[in-house]
Design a protein around this ligand. Structure first.
Ligand SMILES: [Zn+2]
Ligand SMILES: [Zn+2]
Length: 346
């Protein structure tokens, strides 16, 4: 079989690799139908994630068909069509008992990180009973693929951590795939006014189509002034940071109202300034996190009933063997107007 293999910073190759085998009795082998590329994969390729060894197959999102299961797997059967969760869940460690699956002592984010991932024709999934979600008949496969990572991330780490409530004014900073996922998920909670902030006018246009009431481009608008005007000088109830740079975290601090929530979703590569000299008196809450994927079953039901349409995030499609081209396009996302790229196995 073939897989997209990481060979150290800046190097990757679509190449022949031995197919995965069952190792533990709780494993399953899944034949990939669809996978995609995440911003995290680009971070790995830049060399920002030193815990990824050369020789690792990348990718932590996918849907596929179960080909074989170990003898201790009971919920998932050969032939099932499944969503592969980006988080592997043992279900019995100290963190899993607290539903902090992202910190699972035998799992967490290991796919395409510490073990071979989903940008491959086949993948081994440990703790298959808890880490795979059976896909009911009739669900759009591209929509389902968005439930591997970005939609639960936007919901759990953005919207739920940010405690979005009906009537709130919500600002999302960053209209990439995760920011747009948070925008979709926020609408479960009926915020009164949704503001999207991004420097890319095309992405702002998409955000409007996804339900943003106001869009702000900081390259030609003063974000703080616009938001002060919109909120009667108060600021926003919730600010969700979906970029991961000091400038965007500063915007969150500048626009948050007293009693508000700043939910950080972005992956930060360097430290940010925390303006406690302004914020100490404002009764705000700042949250961080890595997705637990505990919301995936709920999101699956919402998909099934047509309440959400995350397939709207898909802008490009390639066959899996064209993955190196797909990486080029995703690496130039603004120029290519790319959000999520679906890779289809032949
Ligand atoms: Zn991801
Ligand atoms: Zn665990």
């Amino acid at each position: 079989m073939k897989a997209l293999v990481y060979h150290g910073a800046g190097k990757k190759h679509w190449e022949v690799k031995a197919p995965p085998q069952l190792i533990e009795s709780t494993d399953a082998i899944v034949r990939i139908i669809k996978t995609t590329i995440c911003g995290t994969d680009l971070h790995i390729l830049k060399g920002d994630v030193p815990t990824v060894d050369a020789g690792r197959t990348l990718g932590h999102e996918g849907i596929g068909i179960v080909e074989s299961v170990g003898e201790s797997v009971h919920n998932i059967k050969v032939g099932d069509k499944v969503i592969i969760s980006c988080i592997t869940v043992c279900g019995r460690c100290r963190y899993c008992k607290r539903q902090l699956y992202s910190h699972c002592e035998e799992g967490g984010w290991i796919l395409g990180h510490k073990i071979d991932g989903t940008q491959s024709e086949k993948v081994r999934i440990p703790h298959a009973d808890n880490s795979l979600h059976r896909l009911p008949e009739g669900i759009d496969e591209e929509a389902a693929l968005m439930l591997s990572d970005i939609l639960p991330t936007g919901l759990e780490i953005g919207v739920i951590n940010g405690k979005v409530q009906p009537g709130n004014t919500l600002a999302l900073i960053g209209a990439g795939p995760v920011g747009l996922s948070a925008l979709l998920a926020s609408q479960f909670y009926s915020p009164a006014h949704i503001i999207m902030i991004d420097t890319d006018d095309n992405r702002l246009h998409v955000a409007q189509q996804f339900g943003a009431d106001t869009v702000i481009n900081p390259t030609h608008q003063n974000v703080v002034e616009v938001i002060q005007k919109l909120t009667d000088g108060l600021g926003v109830d919730v600010a969700i940071e979906c970029v991961g740079i000091p400038a965007t975290f500063k915007i969150c601090q500048d626009i948050i109202t007293a009693g508000g929530h700043i939910a950080n979703v972005g992956v930060h590569g360097k430290s940010v300034e925390l303006h406690l000299e302004d914020l100490w008196i404002k009764n705000i809450t700042i949250t961080t996190g890595l997705v637990n994927t505990s919301s995936t079953p709920m999101l699956l039901k919402s998909l099934q009933s047509g309440k959400i349409s995350p397939e709207k995030l898909v802008t490009h499609r390639y066959s899996l063997s064209e993955i190196e081209t797909a990486y080029e396009v995703f690496g130039n996302a603004a120029k290519e107007q790319a959000l999520k790229i679906v890779l289809n196995a032949e």
